[in-house]
Design a protein around this ligand. Structure first.
Ligand SMILES: Cc1cc2nc3c(=O)[nH]c(=O)nc-3n(C[C@H](O)[C@H](O)[C@H](O)COP(=O)(O)O)c2cc1C
Length: 702
């Protein structure tokens, strides 16, 4: 009788596909370690798996929104949260947890951390140290060592707990695993030091012993040259090719094949039939496009008016996901570089390879089975995202020139982590850039389809109110322009903002007007609603609002203000007192990028907006002139604190997470210390309390 393989359950909660891809990798590695792995999305709880029946689970979950679990995991989290669960509810369960997050957000890895805490509260035991991977510095810095250490931990745990092997159900032996990981303190602040963490398990408890080690990523500086520069010797550290090869992980087993020998009358589909399993996709028509910035402005900001169907529901504060497509020219260049231009428009079928060695390989959810290569690379696959190391590993296979091969090996090796960050991740190198820089690399298209990620829809905040324009929804965004250089072989626009700019180009209007405008049907878009559970107006209209949104961060607040205007004018709220609204907006220059200027001034005139504070960063001459939103918050500290203290105002922050949201937070800390004579820790607790009460809300992006 064949020996029964040791089994574990693998779960993922993913918003944009990274946790999904990471668990794919774990699944792929499981068979090689002689383990049986059952992988499910957290949305499948109670359908495909039940935690109550499991003994060993590995969970990878990201965080989204303002510290929330991915949408697909919400139900799972809610179920675990139930107060009726006893403290030994999951005492039979042993788990390993990897949280994905981004330390630019205040609640770093909050979903993972909340889950970790809850599992512990319910009696589950960790058999491996929880990892917190940071997208701000590169997930792989934690993910790779975490996965490397996971398998020995799993094998050790399952050996002692697998009845057919040891006959014991208790962990009796000390499990010692060494992992290197980036370290984050309790507040989610990223430390630039690499921590060597020694985990020692004894009777189900872990002790952490930390010693600082050198940060490997700071040894190389970005280099704008092609990749075969002298820096290759920096990575290889004097070691020969064979030694580097040892460190390149195995290539995932091939599992997809493209069949061109099919009925050419079949209709290719743009989206796979199962792509809308969780989300409802609706049609919207762009009926008006305004340029909100002047010709002289550094960036072009567009406002698009979308005609939506009755079924499309949203609230101010919500976002809308726009399904986008890659630029025609870029797709053409890539297909050409892959030597498949001659087959690009032939209808083909994407099939599972009959003899694949990949365990339980499904056709990825984002890939339609009947398609053409051009359709696939235009609508379904992300060709811009810097190639992950798994993709580079595949490129190594298809590369003939030894020097190029070696360089690619280095870039996806453990030692090449620093170079990967400097040369691929930071300059946002695309698969096409990489292929153009490595001319002897000719990968199989089938393999690339397997490993390139899904082209994700892009979220934009609604900047309108359904009360004011029930048939329309407005969005506003900067058109992203990325220059050539730093390894990028050509100048490009952002995938979605570039697409929206191109398709509306002929119909863009510059003067801002508040009238309904043209109703020419410009372009048909596919969209889905992305509700923002907390970033909403309070139902009590008497609560004052402090809105902080420089640049396009002001977008949701235009929706908030229009909504309040409609409420104020309606019979339903006739006898109600409305709370004050302060808006802190910031831009470079009043004549160039004062977005929604007319509309905001109108809203102030009709007394919806109580105070409009605008800072112009490029106009400030003296030290006293407010440069940024936080400067205006500081100079109006008394009034702001009065609203917060005496009237329980809600603070909303929207825009750049990297600098602005952090600076605003710091400013509130400072004014609380200065004006309310708090200590630093009291001010911190005050803001934390406001966050917990959902009175300090952020909708920020990196
Ligand atoms: C809209 C949005 C909101 C996010 N909010 C947070 C957050 O509050 N805390 C955090 O640590 N990471 C946050 N992130 C970062 C993601 O967790 C991180 O990029 C992760 O790798 C995504 O994994 P996924 O693709 O599996 O969802 C956010 C990302 C996006 C796009």
């Amino acid at each position: 009788m064949p020996l029964k393989r040791k089994r574990f359950l693998l779960l993922y909660g993913s918003q944009t596909g990274q946790a999904d891809a990471i668990t794919e990798e774990i699944l792929d590695n499981s068979a090689a370690h002689g383990l049986e792995c059952e992988r499910h999305c957290l949305s499948q709880a109670e359908k495909k798996f039940t935690l109550e029946k499991e003994t060993c689970v590995v969970i990878v979950t990201s965080t989204t929104g303002d510290g929330e679990p991915p949408e697909t995991a919400l139900k799972f989290f809610r179920r675990l949260k139930k107060k009726t669960h006893s403290s030994d509810y999951l005492s039979h369960l042993n788990y390993a947890l990897l949280g994905l997050g981004d330390s630019n957000y205040t609640n770093f890895c909050n979903a993972g951390k909340t889950l970790d805490k809850r599992l512990e509260e319910l009696g589950a035991k960790r058999f491996y140290l929880s990892g917190w991977a940071d997208d701000a510095v590169g997930l792989e810095q934690v993910v790779e060592p975490w996965i490397e250490g996971l398998f020995p931990a799993l094998l050790k745990f399952l050996s002692f707990n697998c009845p057919d092997l040891s006959g014991t159900s208790q962990i009796t032996e000390i499990c010692e695993i060494e992992v290197e990981r980036s370290h984050f303190d309790k507040d989610g602040e990223s430390s630039d030091k690499k921590i060597e963490t020694k985990i020692t398990e004894s009777n189900g408890h872990f002790k952490e012993k930390e010693s600082q080690a050198k940060n490997t990523t700071d040894s190389t500086e970005p280099n704008s040259d092609k990749f075969e520069s002298e820096s290759s010797s920096t990575i290889s550290n004097g070691k020969g090719l064979n030694e580097t090869e040892d460190l390149v992980k195995h290539i995932e087993a091939a599992y997809l094949s493209i069949n061109f020998d099919i009925d050419q009358d079949m209709k290719p589909s743009l989206l796979p039939s199962n792509s809308s399993a969780v989300t409802t996709i609706s049609e919207a028509t762009v009926i008006r496009t305004d340029i909100l910035t002047s010709k002289e402005a550094l960036k072009k900001t567009l406002r698009l008016r979308l005609k939506i169907g009755e079924e499309f529901e949203y609230q101010p504060g919500d976002s809308v996901s726009v399904y986008c497509q890659n630029e025609e020219k870029e797709v053409e260049m890539l297909l050409k570089r892959l030597n498949v231009l001659d087959k690009a428009d032939i209808i083909c079928q994407i099939e599972l390879m009959k003899d694949t060695k990949k365990a339980k390989a499904p056709i990825p959810l984002h890939i339609p089975t009947i398609t053409t290569l051009r359709t696939l690379f235009t609508y379904n696959i992300d060709i811009r995202e810097p190639p992950k190391k798994a993709v580079i590993r595949q490129l190594v296979e298809g590369t003939t020139n030894p020097q190029e091969k070696r360089r690619l090996q280095e870039l996806c090796s453990k030692q090449g982590m620093g170079d990967y960050t400097s040369f691929i991740r930071n300059p946002e190198i695309s698969i096409l850039d990489l292929l153009l820089a490595f001319p002897s690399c000719n990968p199989d298209v089938d393999r690339l389809i397997e490993s390139l990620p899904k082209l994700q829809p892009r979220p934009y905040s609604a900047c309108s109110s359904p009360l004011k324009t029930p048939q329309h929804l407005d969005i506003a965004f900067n058109v992203i322009n990325i220059p050539e250089g730093d390894g990028r072989s050509f100048a490009r626009q952002g995938v979605c903002t570039g697409m929206l700019d191109r398709v509306t180009n002929q119909n863009q209007i510059r003067e801002e007007t508040t009238e309904d405008g043209t109703n020419t049907e410009i372009f048909q878009l596919q969209i889905s609603a992305r509700p923002n559970q907390y970033f909403r107006l309070p139902s009590d209209v008497s609560i004052p609002l402090i809105l902080i949104g420089p640049g396009t961060g002001v977008a949701p607040f235009v929706g908030f203000l229009q909504h309040r205007e409609m409420q104020k004018n309606s019979a339903e709220f006739a006898d109600q007192a409305f709370g004050e609204i302060f808006l802190f907006f910031g831009c470079r220059n009043r004549s160039q990028d004062f977005l929604f200027k007319e509309e905001l001034m109108r809203l102030q005139k009709v007394d919806i907006l109580s105070k409009l504070y605008v800072s112009f960063s490029r106009e400030a001459i003296s030290q006293e002139d407010p440069k940024y939103v936080q400067d205006n918050i500081k100079s109006n500290a008394e009034q702001v604190l009065q609203l917060i203290y005496n009237q329980k105002a809600v603070i909303y922050v929207c825009g750049d997470a990297k600098n602005m949201a952090k600076d605003v937070n710091q400013t509130f800390m400072k004014i609380l210390q200065e004006k309310k004579e708090m200590t630093e820790s009291e001010a911190k607790s005050f803001i934390t309390k406001m966050r917990l009460e959902r009175r300090y809300l952020e909708d920020v992006w990196t």
